[in-house]
Design a protein around this ligand. Structure first.
Ligand code: KIV
Length: 276
């Protein structure tokens, strides 16, 4: 079976079917996300926060993204793999942006790339699309702009920024992106953008009226440490379960009850006796 193509994502909006997207960064979880039938796996630059231990996404490199994208592609068969262009990989020149997007496809094996920004990124968006690389746009609370925003702040709460988001979404649609992530945007504004847009919106912290939803997998599984944003729902809480398993392992190793007889390999007595 071929991977989900961009046309299917657009078709889902037309049919009123919700689109599912989750992040993954490694082979193991990508396998499970794929088997669950999720439409798109995002190899997000959130890998910087949740896997590499950085404070934000700004330190993530192209090599990091290629490395994690390859693992996710190996772990999945059906979902479309979308890989994030990290900070500075598409800001310096259009040529560099196209080459870097191409690396995520050619070396990483992704089927599409995601990049942050609206009107200001249109020349880059058009050049990447011109290289036949499908794009998921990302507007609103774009984490790579954390220093410009002065923190992780909800966007589009005032008239000026709300109007900019509406305009950005329209321009990105006209440029030809096949979906738009709306992050950290008031739900009523996201609903308006979604209703006015012919391309699907994928919300994260943008309410239920988006055409689809995306979450960071570590957050929704309950394995993220530290602050969890308000918009996250923990669909399970693996953190305490993992801790229980780790403590059980430590205890059994220390008291000598693991490994037990069922975990060992045997050797015939006569072989053993002839050893010395
Ligand atoms: O990097 C990421 O995980 C993302 C999602 C939050 C949309 O960009």
């Amino acid at each position: 079976m071929a991977r989900v193509p961009p046309a299917n994502i657009r078709e889902k909006k037309a049919k009123g079917e919700k689109i599912t997207m989750l992040t993954a960064y490694d082979y193991g979880l990508a396998t499970l996300v794929d088997q669950a039938g999720i439409d798109m796996i995002l190899v997000g630059d959130s890998v910087g926060n949740v896997q590499l231990g950085y404070e934000n996404t700004l330190a993530v490199t192209m090599d990091d993204m290629v490395h994690h994208t390859r693992a996710v592609v190996r772990g999945s068969k059906n979902a479309m793999v979308v890989s994030d262009l990290p900070f500075l990989s598409y800001h310096v020149s259009i040529e560099e942006a196209v080459r870097n997007a191409g690396r995520l496809i050619q070396e990483g094996g992704a089927q599409a790339v995601k990049l942050e920004g609206g009107e200001e990124r249109l020349p880059v968006v058009k050049a990447i699309l011109n290289a036949e690389i499908p794009i998921v746009a990302h507007i609103g609370l774009t984490p790579q702009s954390v220093n410009q925003f002065g923190g992780f702040k909800v966007q589009g709460k005032d008239l000026e920024t709300a109007r900019k988001l509406i305009k950005d979404a329209k321009l990105l649609e006209e440029a030809g992106v096949f979906s738009i992530v709306l992050e950290g945007v008031p739900a009523a504004l996201a609903a308006k953008i979604t209703a006015a847009s012919n391309v699907p919106t994928i919300g994260i912290g943008a309410g239920k009226d988006c055409d689809g939803q995306v979450l960071v997998i570590n957050d929704m599984l309950g394995i993220s440490q530290g602050h969890i944003p308000k918009f996250v729902k923990r669909f399970t809480n693996l953190g305490p379960m993992i801790m229980e398993a780790l403590q059980g392992y430590k205890k059994e190793v220390e008291e000598g009850t693991f490994p037990g007889p069922e975990h060992i390999y045997t050797i015939k007595d006569d072989v053993l006796e002839r050893l010395y």
